[in-house]
Ligand binder design. Structure first.
Ligand code: WTA
Length: 649
């Protein structure tokens, strides 16, 4: 970590207040209500969290709200709780027993509706299957599945018996799967023969076969039949899901777990080194996702809520599954790609199921823009009442497009800042209260105390860039890095002394709004000025011909770093020298001469991780002219990289 002074040059002035109609019906309907709740949460945190925790089902109440031995937290000591009870059983005593818990659509077009009652039966059966295979409380189970209902069923079944799930995104390779299984020492893998993606079959079982060659702890593999294509089944090790389920009892008592019992491990890439196994708890995690689902998504009984993330990422864990079902809401799950068979698949789904809340990522929104407005315009999106985004800073121009074209200038946008490590959303507008500013995730949620600091932990002034930190522990925070508490301390609690270091650069404006500028390593230093790459990208993307841009620093003798921009154009425009000059001038106009790109490189596509984040680290290597690049195991579109490297030579 070097010089913390991050120069912030993005000056977005527009604000959008929620409509009085939305506010009137919202759970939190005014800034006064938000401020009162926030004030209480920070003045009397223990009393606040205790009161909130009353919303959950506990077998036994806690003795103490928080034991804090920095950086290790224990929440709700002495209590007993189970997440599957909270997400399923407690809804069975009411009319919700026949409410849709999960509405699922497969990529080829099949539909399934799973009521809370059905979910209870399926989860209990699979929990009994797990027990039958010798899985015990505390054992790790790797789930490598397509986006089908059996994935949440398997997760909830693990939670029911206190096994710890480690979901590995179905887009990861056999090699990546093997590493994750070995790090967690998982004893069972649950998978499917395959899944559908853009009309093709993803060969999940073949990948599992290759991975478990090198995983001595795995004794059994359970295989759900999804695609019914030919696969190999190894006698004694591999079992069909449907065979095991047959005859399994539909009753399985939920384990009474310590609130600190780990619920799951989820691997996330660090800036360097191997992926970290982020460990989340049971009680605190559930409280975090439960409350934020209410506050941020304003969940109502009759909502049809759709989060487009894959369950292989934390967004799917928290906001397709746990937070949504614990509130007794209906969650929609779609298996496949957004542009299959056509670029309007998402809009078709919204139209068909009358989706009311839609939560997606900036990378997806940029793709929608690139594909053209005719696709959303051709579908009826009038059921939507709230739209959200997560995963990256959203460029103001993209925000405005989203608001206009999808939200029809009627739906509030919640730009939600959080991380795998934070478990739940920490900074976000409350849709019925907070006036939004495009590009800002706005204000902290109750109980969360963020700050922007320099490397000594001193708060910086308004509108000064610095490091985003969280000053107090919160219930859904990660508890450790699996098997490596030292790395947990070092990575998150030592870089800035005594506080949680998020790894993001940010500034706070004079209204107290947070503007996240991207990872701290996405910061470039030009002639002594540090710039968030996202700010230069926003300027580029605000040019009508630009679809996507990624900006990195290129070592430069004179300036320290030069600005190198990778730009992909809207399909109707061609690269040219004239356009290159025009784009440079455009950035100068938007931000100032200091941000003028030294190099612009046109490319069809940008290299991305499988979760859609631009891999700036690789682009930095390319910009620097190196012929080898670092770790590419999380890269989605390898061909782009090869092409960029070849052209560089
Ligand atoms: C970035 C995803 C700006 C940020 C839930 C963070 C964001 C990282 C936002 C975590 C947002 C996420 N505005 N940046 N609304 N949301 N980020 O672990 O850099 O996949 O540190 O968790 O994404 O990504 P992760």
């Amino acid at each position: 970590m070097s010089n913390p002074e991050i120069e912030s040059v993005l000056t977005e002035q527009r604000t959008f207040a929620p409509s009085s109609e939305f506010s009137a019906a919202a759970r939190i309907g005014s800034m006064d209500d938000y401020r009162a709740l926030y004030r209480r949460s920070v003045e009397e945190p223990d009393a606040f969290w205790a009161e909130m925790a009353e919303q959950l089902h506990w077998f036994k109440k806690w003795d103490r709200v928080l034991d804090w031995e920095p950086p290790f937290a224990r929440w709700f000591s002495g209590g007993e709780i189970n997440i599957s009870t909270n997400c399923i059983d407690r809804h069975l005593d009411s009319w919700r027993k026949n409410k849709a818990a999960i509405i699922w659509e497969g990529e080829p077009g099949e539909e399934r509706v799973i009521r809370y009652q059905d979910l209870h039966r399926e989860v209990c059966k699979f929990a009994n299957v797990l027990k039958g295979l010798g899985v015990e409380k505390g054992d790790r189970v790797a789930l490598y599945m397509p986006m089908i209902p059996e994935l949440p069923i398997a997760m909830l079944a693990c939670a029911r018996i206190g096994a710890i799930h480690s979901v590995v995104f179905g887009g990861f390779s056999a090699e990546a799967l093997k590493d994750r299984i070995n790090d967690a020492q998982a004893r069972l893998v649950v998978t499917a023969d395959g899944g559908y993606r853009r009309g093709n079959i993803v060969p999940l079982k073949d990948n599992v076969d290759a991975a478990v060659e090198g995983t001595p702890t795995v004794k059994n593999v359970v295989v759900y039949k999804r695609t019914a294509h030919d696969i190999k089944m190894k006698e004694g090790r591999d079992h069909w899901w449907h065979d095991l389920i047959e005859g399994a009892s539909a009753e399985c008592e939920a384990a009474r777990l310590d609130p600190e019992h780990p619920l799951f491990i989820l691997y996330t890439s660090g800036t360097t080194g191997k992926p970290k196994g982020v460990v989340h708890s049971t009680g605190g995690y559930l409280l975090g996702v439960h409350l934020t689902s209410q506050w941020v998504f304003d969940l109502k009984e009759d909502d049809t809520y759709w989060c487009t993330a894959d369950i292989g990422w934390v967004t799917g864990h928290s906001y397709i599954l746990y937070g949504i079902l614990s509130n007794g809401a209906t969650t929609l799950m779609y298996e496949g790609a957004p542009n299959h068979p056509q670029p309007d698949r998402f809009w078709e789904i919204i139209e068909k199921y009358r989706v009311t809340i839609f939560y997606t990522a900036p990378t997806a929104i940029r793709a929608f823009i690139k594909w053209g407005d005719q696709w959303p315009k051709g579908r009826d999106l009038s059921s939507l009442r709230l739209i959200g985004t997560v995963g990256e800073p959203i460029n103001p121009e993209v925000w405005v497009w989203y608001s206009r074209t999808i939200g029809k200038d009627r739906c509030p946008i919640v730009d939600t800042w959080w991380q795998t490590e934070t478990g739940a959303i920490l900074i976000s507008p409350l849709p019925g209260a907070t006036p939004t500013k495009p590009g800002s995730c706005t204000l902290p949620l109750p109980g969360i105390v963020p700050d922007v600091v320099d490397k000594n932990g001193e708060s910086v002034d308004d509108n000064q860039g610095g490091f985003l930190v969280i000053r107090r522990p919160w219930p859904s925070m990660l508890r450790t890095v699996y098997g490596d508490p030292e790395r947990y301390k070092q990575q998150y609690w030592s870089q800035v002394p005594g506080v949680y270091f998020a790894g993001d650069g940010a500034r706070r404006d004079s209204d107290g709004y947070f503007w996240v500028m991207g990872r701290v390593d996405d910061v470039i230093n030009v002639a002594g000025h540090r710039l968030g790459t996202m700010e230069v990208e926003s300027a580029l993307v605000s040019h009508p011909y630009v679809a996507e841009a990624a900006v990195v620093g290129k070592p430069d003798d004179l300036k320290g770093q030069a600005i190198y921009a990778f730009v992909s154009l809207e399909s109707s425009h061609e690269p040219s020298d004239a356009l290159m000059d025009e784009l440079k001038a455009h950035v100068v106009k938007e931000i100032g001469a200091i941000a003028r790109p030294d190099f612009i490189r046109f490319t069809q596509e940008l290299p991305k991780t499988r979760s859609g984040k631009i891999m700036r680290r690789l682009l930095r290597d390319i910009a620097a002219g190196s012929h080898t690049v670092g770790d590419t195991t999380t890269l989605e579109n390898f061909a782009v990289l090869t092409q960029l490297m070849e052209e560089e030579e």
